[in-house]
Design a protein around this ligand. Structure first.
Ligand code: ADP
Ligand code: MG
Length: 374
């Protein structure tokens, strides 16, 4: 048999490349919202209001009271790899803010109509800009243009309209608006729990009352009660765990020196988890690593297993874990969406957290036996 001739290699069209890249970051309205929430939190917002039409497919708007964007930066805002959070390669491993590659807004501009109204506290008015395929354009003429003066408060309002209007396969992969809306609420609930000092509001456009509303300057346990209900809060245990080295440092504050503080293997975790009295059908697991909502199916499985001997079969706990590790030990490039992470000493850290949970659960059952005896 004869081997076929090779076909010529051709370069993909630029807009196609950008759409493919965008599709890896923005899967659905909730993933766009996650990026936008992180940007608002990075900008120091204490109030975040989200308005949604048709599950975010028609409109997803987020208004914050953060530091705003400088007018001079608006022309490159939605270009790929433009960011105020990273300037050298070594920053990439040290970055502490949430987003870091300057791809979110660019991606959104390739798969939706994106507009931004922003005002810094030194601006005399707000500025509005609309973006198509990474560039600031006039929506009427489609030509490159300049930001226009507009009314607006300090902070930033970002509107995403007609998500995936130009990528029909993506659009058809979405579920009903109510399903997409519940995913939006789920992301907001998780960020609201993790940021109890920030007020979050989420509503459908035209609806008189919000579906989610949290006060600012609240506390974690209050937020959990508000968003997940009293049945969880009354069975909740709160604990802190950290690496051995870190603990030693905390115990003896005098010993603190720069070398120890710079230890890439030191870590800190705060956990809120239910005791054996709480038995849900499905595990609720909130995992934040360095303040980013991420997924780690392995960690979830391992921590759920810590309950195996104490919970009835087929029931699961609620667990919220906020883990802080040295940014150098997170593998941020493992997945383009940056959601599923891997990090240094993942197994050891998971094990230590699981041990802490088990110790606490054991203490609880011990004290209950004690109660029965007296
Ligand atoms: P990244 O967050 O990775 O830097 P993005 O595309 O999400 O990339 O955002 C690009 C830049 O736009 C950010 O670095 C930030 O300077 C600015 N920005 C985006 N959203 C906001 C916001 N809500 N408030 C202030 N600045 C913002
Ligand atoms: Mg970002």
């Amino acid at each position: 048999t004869q081997v076929a001739d090779p076909k010529p290699i051709r370069r993909l069209d630029e807009t196609l490349i950008n759409k493919i890249a965008a599709g890896e970051i923005i899967h659905r309205p909730a993933s766009a919202l996650k990026e936008l929430l992180e940007n608002s939190l990075d900008a120091g917002a204490t109030s975040i209001k989200v308005t949604v039409k048709e599950g975010g497919m028609k409109l997803l708007q987020i208004q914050d009271n953060g530091h705003g964007i400088r007018k001079a930066d608006l022309p490159i805002l939605a270009e790929r790899f433009t960011t105020s959070k990273l300037s050298t390669f070594s920053d990439l491993s040290r970055i502490t803010t949430y987003g870091f590659r300057g791809e979110a807004l660019a991606s959104i501009s390739h798969v939706a109509h994106l507009s931004v109204v922003t005002k810094t506290k030194t601006d005399s008015c707000a500025w509005k800009a609309t973006f198509v395929d990474g560039s600031l354009v006039d929506t009427k003429t489609g030509q490159k243009s300049e930001p226009r003066p507009s009314a607006g408060n300090d902070g930033t309002t970002i509107s995403i309209e007609d998500l995936f209007y130009n990528t029909p396969t993506r659009l058809s992969a979405l579920r009903s608006s109510s399903e997409e809306y519940s995913r939006i609420l789920d992301v907001m609930i998780k960020y609201a729990i993790h940021n109890p000092s920030v007020s979050f509001i989420c509503k459908k456009a035209g609806s008189p009352s919000p579906d989610l509303s949290t006060p600012s300057s609240s506390e974690t346990s209050t937020s959990i009660r508000l968003l997940y209900g009293h049945s969880i809060t009354k069975e909740l245990i709160h604990s802190k765990v950290s690496s051995a080295r870190k603990q030693r440092k905390d115990d003896d504050a005098m010993d603190e020196d720069d070398e120890e503080r710079d230890d890439p293997e030191s870590w800190d975790a705060e956990i809120y988890f239910t005791n054996v009295n709480y038995q849900a059908k499905k595990m609720v697991f909130l995992l934040f690593i360095n303040h980013r909502l991420v997924e780690s199916p392995r960690m979830k499985r391992a921590l759920e297993a810590a309950y195996q001997s104490v919970l009835p079969k087929g029931t699961s706990p609620f667990l919220y874990l906020s883990l802080q590790i040295d940014p150098r030990s997170v593998d941020v490039n493992v997945h383009p969406t940056k959601r599923e992470v891997h990090f240094l000493n993942e197994e050891a850290i998971t094990e230590k957290i699981a041990d802490t949970i088990q110790e606490n659960l054991a203490k609880q059952s011990h004290s209950r036996t004690f109660e029965y005896q007296t």
